[in-house]
Design a protein around this ligand. Structure first.
Ligand code: NAD
Length: 320
């Protein structure tokens, strides 16, 4: 366990890293010791901008020369597993963007490596750390909510992440959220409008609840809505900002979230979207102050479902 702040190295200085993750690392309890990118000038510029100590072009050299507790990786997907394995072999805890590896099987192999080394490996499932979904989870577990019967995740996305494969890049985030809110999946079926999108995924959960993920992209106006229905309550979260709760048999509608409410008021977009809380959680887990969440096992489970969805043709698939 590190003494003082976690000493971190960051690999990959692309748009997502510079705009969202590195500002989060600066605000979390981490000392940004080194920054690494294949592009030497970009690595140097980013090192100066975020006040890191040294810049590198190669992960192995960074690990050999710096005394790090943790490495964070955000690059092209093929980099995630490769850099994470190097960091784990070097004795560092790892946080990496999703997808952790190109396939669920490779993600599981990485999980085995982390377990063998006794190190934490967290994957970038920001949705489950977003305050609105953490609150939704709390609301759904309250006694007066009743048993969770249905979950609906609706995503209208622009083309995301510069990649064309929503099944590999975007669906695992929604699947991880369904698993976080409702538990493991027993069966699934897929309906698609065309070979690419939009698509509708129907899920039967092991609890007996049902869930759906409707996924449409590209659209001009992105939108995200998540509904959880219990036996006596329905809660709807909109755009990671608000929650509307309606209880059966009464007129009461309560709101939680940005604008009308305390919890979201004044919070930065990085906090509301879940990026800052996920990095804060990783720092706390490395420091021994929190249990690891969004593990490689979670990532492999979501990825495996996404792989089944990719090959699904309308029939019911047993997840097993
Ligand atoms: N969770 C989310 O909501 C979310 C949002 C956006 C992007 N992402 C993910 O973040 C990742 C990065 O996205 P981006 O848009 O910033 O990409 P990007 O292409 O802008 O940046 C990638 C960076 O990695 C560097 N790089 C490539 N190979 C390297 C190597 N071997 N060693 C060191 N550096 C290397 C490149 O030089 C580049 O600077 C993607 O995997 C994407 O899926 C996630």
């Amino acid at each position: 366990m590190p003494e003082g702040n976690v000493r971190a190295g960051f690999v990959g200085c692309g748009v997502h890293a510079r705009e969202t993750l590195l500002p989060a690392v600066q605000r979390a309890e981490m000392d940004l010791a080194a920054i690494c990118d294949l592009d030497k000038r970009l690595a140097q510029r980013t090192t100066r901008r975020f006040g890191a100590f040294r810049s590198y072009q190669d992960v192995r050299t960074m690990l050999a020369e710096m005394d790090l507790d943790a490495v964070l990786v955000c690059g092209p997907p093929e980099l995630h597993a490769e850099a994470a394995a190097i960091a784990l072999d070097g004795g560092c805890h790892v946080w990496m963007e999703a997808p952790a590896a190109p396939t669920a099987e490779e993600t599981l192999r990485l999980a085995e490596l982390a377990a063998a080394r006794g190190l934490i490996a967290q994957v970038g499932f920001a949705m489950r750390f977003a305050p609105v979904y953490r609150r939704l989870q709390e609301i759904a577990s309250e006694e007066q909510f009743g048993e969770v019967r249905a979950i609906e995740v609706a995503l209208w996305l622009p083309k995301m992440h510069g990649h064309d494969d929503p099944v590999l890049f975007d669906l695992p985030h929604a699947l991880d959220l369904v698993r976080t809110l409702g538990g493991d999946v027993a069966e699934l079926s897929v309906t698609r409008a065309s070979d690419t999108q939009p698509l509708l995924v129907g899920l039967k959960l092991q609890s007996g609840a049902i869930a759906s993920i409707s996924f449409a992209a590209p659209v001009a106006c992105p939108r995200e809505q998540v509904t959880v229905a219990g036996t006596s309550t329905v809660a709807v979260a909109d755009d990671r900002r608000t929650i509307t709760v309606k209880r059966c048999g009464c007129e009461e509608i309560s709101l939680w979230g940005a604008g009308s409410c305390r919890a979201g008021a004044g919070a930065s977009p990085e906090r509301l979207e879940g990026y800052l809380p996920e990095i804060e959680h990783f720092a706390a887990a490395v420091a021994g102050d929190a249990q690891p969440l969004a593990t490689l096992q979670d990532a492999a489970a979501a990825q495996r479902l996404a792989e089944l969805i990719a090959t699904g043709d309308g029939g019911v698939i047993s997840v097993g």
